[in-house]
Design a protein around this ligand. Structure first.
Ligand SMILES: Cc1cc2nc3c(=O)[nH]c(=O)nc-3n(C[C@H](O)[C@H](O)[C@H](O)COP(=O)(O)OP(=O)(O)OC[C@H]3O[C@@H](n4cnc5c(N)ncnc54)[C@H](O)[C@@H]3O)c2cc1C
Length: 448
């Protein structure tokens, strides 16, 4: 069995070349958010440079389950997600569905009991208000779609939800952004911002300075470390989530499904991506102590799915030894750890293999072809920050909280308009930076 994903430092960078001396906008981070922001900025005629310290999609965006899900979203995210689904369809037409692994094969939430069914029912008005085809299924209706063994009394089902292959899709989208005119560089950490007269005047990368008057921080789990060094506090933490790809097996379901114990999704290569529902590991570091009061509601809700661990591996954003200040002329923490590549939690995976085998006895215990983990960046209310920061010219597109892959294209379009002073087209009040500091009551979005 292979551990980790196919995107690694051992693969030569695909996006190389000299840096431009100046651009309109710099984008920090080459996950789905940064790639899509760069794409839409380039389409709007802006000169844009995207810097990625490791490889495009080397972190979360190449490690996720690949669910492109409208179902169950926070109501404020849903209109952006519905828009994102339209972008995914258009990209699949432009690039070929296979290049992205894109297929609208549906997403199903299996109810573990009557409480789940009530919660599913309560979400239906949001679906209706946004024109999404979500349905509450009886047990018989559910079993007609998903021939699995289990005591689920019903399910929530959205036939128009989709799947894609993260480590194919995001590099393909980056090539599309490049074709639209964006300059993309891998192995290119942004060490700091160049700030003059209280506003962004450029970025300082490991390969030199680039002038710009706007920068978008889309750094995933590294965003808080980067922002804090410029006096912008961001109460962001990260958790380790484990996933695996099985060897090829017969297709029993073409979409994605989950209950409280396990989640799975059919893959383009004939296997399934499987994972332990919402279970994750949390390494405690200095940021965790700092942000603790803001996270109490989330901790109370998710305590049974969180395994607390004393210290993150060396070099991780919230490791005890990671420097919080550094000199822009010297190697920064972003170069010390170019790709966050946590070891998978094999205990979680053993439970998932057992759950999968009990749901599909005819298929038996799935053999794993590959296992990996990713560090999911989280905000206290589990919805992103999409806003300009208090530092003029620095925009934030981060904290996607475990569901940023599917919505990524919508975030890209929204941020491109925000950065260029155009109306973003959706109500972004829920995603304000200031909500963590102005006394706003934390309103928890759906669980990770
Ligand atoms: C196991 C797992 C399962 C998930 N399942 C789903 C799912 O099914 N559906 C869904 O919608 N979402 C899912 N998610 C969440 C989703 O993957 C993330 O929300 C999304 O990929 C975040 O994208 P991003 O671009 O914000 O961050 P990332 O993908 O983490 O990208 C940030 C990038 O910024 C780079 N960077 C950081 N700092 C710097 C710097 N200073 N200079 C240069 N580069 C820098 C990093 O190297 C990194 O590549 C899952 C996540 C995981 C880990």
């Amino acid at each position: 069995m292979q551990t980790s994903i196919p995107i690694a430092l051992a693969t030569p960078p695909a996006f190389t070349g000299p840096l431009p001396p100046a651009v309109d906008v710099a984008v920090i981070g080459g996950g789905v958010a940064g790639v899509m922001i760069a794409h839409f900025l380039a389409e709007r005629g802006q000169s844009v440079l995207l810097c990625e310290k490791g490889r495009i999609a080397g972190e979360q965006s190449g490690r996720n389950w690949g669910w492109i899900r409208q179902q169950g979203r926070d109501p404020a995210e849903l209109p952006i997600m519905v828009e994102a689904m339209g972008h995914w369809r258009a990209f699949a037409q432009r690039l070929g569905a296979e290049a992205l692994g894109f297929r609208q094969a549906g997403v199903m939430y299996l109810a573990d009991g009557p409480d789940d069914l009530s919660a599913f029912e309560a979400w239906l008005p949001h679906a209706r208000a946004n024109g999404v085809d979500t349905q509450l299924l009886s047990r018989a209706e559910m079993q007609a779609l998903l021939p699995a063994k289990g005591a689920w009394p019903g399910a929530l089902w959205t036939a128009s939800d989709a799947r894609a292959e993260p480590f194919l899709a995001v590099p393909a989208l980056a090539r599309m952004a490049q074709a639209a005119g964006a300059t993309i560089r891998e192995d290119c950490a942004v060490r700091a911002l160049d700030v003059a007269a209280g506003r962004v005047a450029g970025i300082v990368t490991e390969a030199g300075r680039v002038a710009c008057d706007r920068a978008v921080l889309a750094g995933g789990a590294w965003s808080a470390l980067f922002a804090r060094a410029h006096g912008v506090a961001l109460p962001q933490l990260s958790v380790r989530a484990t996933c695996a790809a099985t060897e090829p097996m017969p297709e029993v379901f073409a979409g994605g499904a989950a209950d409280g114990r396990f989640a799975f999704r059919r893959r383009q290569d004939g296997g399934y991506s499987i994972a332990a529902g919402g279970a994750h590991d949390f390494w405690i570091g200095p940021d965790a102590f700092r942000a603790l009061p803001k996270y109490l509601p989330q901790i109370r809700r998710d305590i049974s799915s969180t395994r607390f661990r004393p210290a993150a591996p060396r070099g991780y954003p919230d490791a005890w030894t990671t420097p919080r200040r550094w000199n822009a002329d010297a190697v920064s923490p972003f170069e010390t750890c170019r790709i966050l590549d946590p070891a998978p939690n094999m205990d979680f995976l053993a439970e998932v293999q057992a759950a999968f085998a009990s749901a599909f006895p005819a298929l038996g215990r799935p053999k794993l072809a590959r296992a990996w983990a990713g560090m999911i960046d989280v905000m206290p209310d589990t919805v992103p920050v999409l806003d300009e920061s208090p530092l003029q010219g620095l925009y934030l597109a981060t904290g996607l909280s475990g569901h940023g892959f599917g919505i990524g294209p919508g975030i890209g379009r929204v941020m491109a308009d925000l950065v260029t002073g155009k109306p973003p087209g959706h109500d972004l009040a829920r995603f304000r930076y200031g909500r963590f500091f102005d006394g706003t009551k934390m309103d928890l979005g759906p669980a990770l």
